[in-house]
Write a protein that binds this ligand. Structure first.
Ligand code: SAM
Length: 347
């Protein structure tokens, strides 16, 4: 992958960061998601909420249940990864014989879902789903993996940060910003101080537009880490791009193209603007508040009760099991971790 990137940059010129990210993650031969095994899960490279406890899927299922756009609407999960969330929410569709789609860019993951979910149709993109149908769409930690450009504000306007070559090393370089990047930054960030670096999430915007264009009535639950434009400007600079491999962060994405996950904080201001432009209302809340609203309060109370009961009867093993379950439930709403994720609900 490294050599291929270097050759491509030497012949085609510096590569905007979104093009680099696209290749690192989804290149058919060597992309992190496209070529590798299923990445999420305790044995994979990162653990997501549905991998921690079934309760995450239970709560998302409660939301789905409350927000069906119509009877027989399709259930669509975008980027199911290992399929753990879909497994928790698919049963009512299978029982009713209603359509389910797993939309997954990764060929490795698609092959896996075809075996695992015989009642679902597994496709590579929403364009492969019949147009005009009503759908309830869920996506957990997917938007952050959609390729984003990097832009830096200078006195004269925006420049892009791209990947170039120096000797036989991949290095960061500045290039003139493409018109689409300038428009996105002006629209989503407006005026920012000179020296501010941001990600321009054109792929996320394109995907949101396609959703509203493609389907009939949609309900949508998008969960990811991110923040508003104001929050991201405060947060960013060094941490604008993150990597994950084997549960560790920090692997250098310039040194290890294709070997590591590359993610960016999702700009919820950009997403909310597009939802509003489609004439729909959205609710923005933290994962903490979302899960408590959709059933986690009761699950934590039940588990705590069982833990206390086991303790009072001297059933040590059961007590430990319930304690471990309770800690998993609490991890989902930890304000310093998963609980701070953003949930965008189109209801
Ligand atoms: C971080 S993983 C999350 C997996 C799973 N949702 C979970 O919570 O464990 C992101 C997944 O989204 C997929 N993906 C990224 N962009 C996509 C897109 N536009 N359409 C469908 N899948 C996508 C990737 O291939 C990858 O499997």
């Amino acid at each position: 992958m490294r050599e291929r990137l270097i050759r491509r940059i030497e012949t085609g010129g510096s590569m905007p960061f979104d093009v680099y990210m696209e290749m690192c993650l989804y290149d058919a031969e060597d992309g992190f998601f496209a070529a590798g095994p299923v990445r999420s899960g305790k044995k994979g490279d990162f653990v997501t909420s549905p991998e921690i406890t079934w309760a995450f899927g239970y709560c998302v299922g409660e939301w789905v249940d409350d927000n069906l756009p119509s009877a027989h609407a399709a259930l669509i999960e975008i980027g199911p990864g290992s399929g753990t969330l879909l497994r928790e929410i698919i049963a009512p569709w299978t029982d009713a014989g209603d359509p389910v789609y797993a939309v997954e860019r990764s060929a490795a993951s698609r092959a896996f879902h075809e075996q695992r979910f015989p009642t679902a149709t597994v496709v590579a993109a929403i364009d492969d789903i019949p147009r005009g149908i009503d759908a309830v769409i869920v996506a957990n930690e997917v938007l952050d993996n959609m390729p984003a450009a990097l832009a830096c504000r200078i006195e004269a306007g925006w420049v892009e940060i791209a990947v170039g070559v120096e000797g036989d090393e991949l290095v960061l370089v500045e290039i003139p910003a493409r018109p689409g990047v300038i428009e996105w930054c002006d629209n989503v960030f407006g005026e920012v101080p000179s020296g501010t670096t941001v990600s321009a999430q054109l792929a996320v915007s394109g995907w949101i537009r396609r959703v509203f264009d493609h389907f009939g009535t949609v309900a949508m639950c998008l969960i990811d880490y991110g923040g508003t434009s104001e929050e991201l400007i405060e947060r960013h600079a060094s941490s604008i791009v993150r990597t994950y491999r084997r549960h560790q962060d920090g692997l250098d994405w310039l040194q290890h193209p294709g070997d590591t996950d590359i993610t960016v904080d999702v700009n919820v201001t950009g997403v909310l603007k597009l939802i509003a432009r489609a004439g729909r209302n959205a609710r923005l809340l933290s994962q903490h508040d979302f899960l408590l609203e959709y059933g986690l309060v009761e699950l934590i109370a039940d588990t705590t009760h069982q833990e206390q009961h086991s303790a009072s009867t001297g059933a040590i093993m059961a007590q430990l099991e319930h304690r471990s379950e309770r800690l998993d439930l609490e991890a989902l709403i930890d304000p310093a971790g998963l609980g701070a994720f953003q949930v965008i609900l189109v209801e």
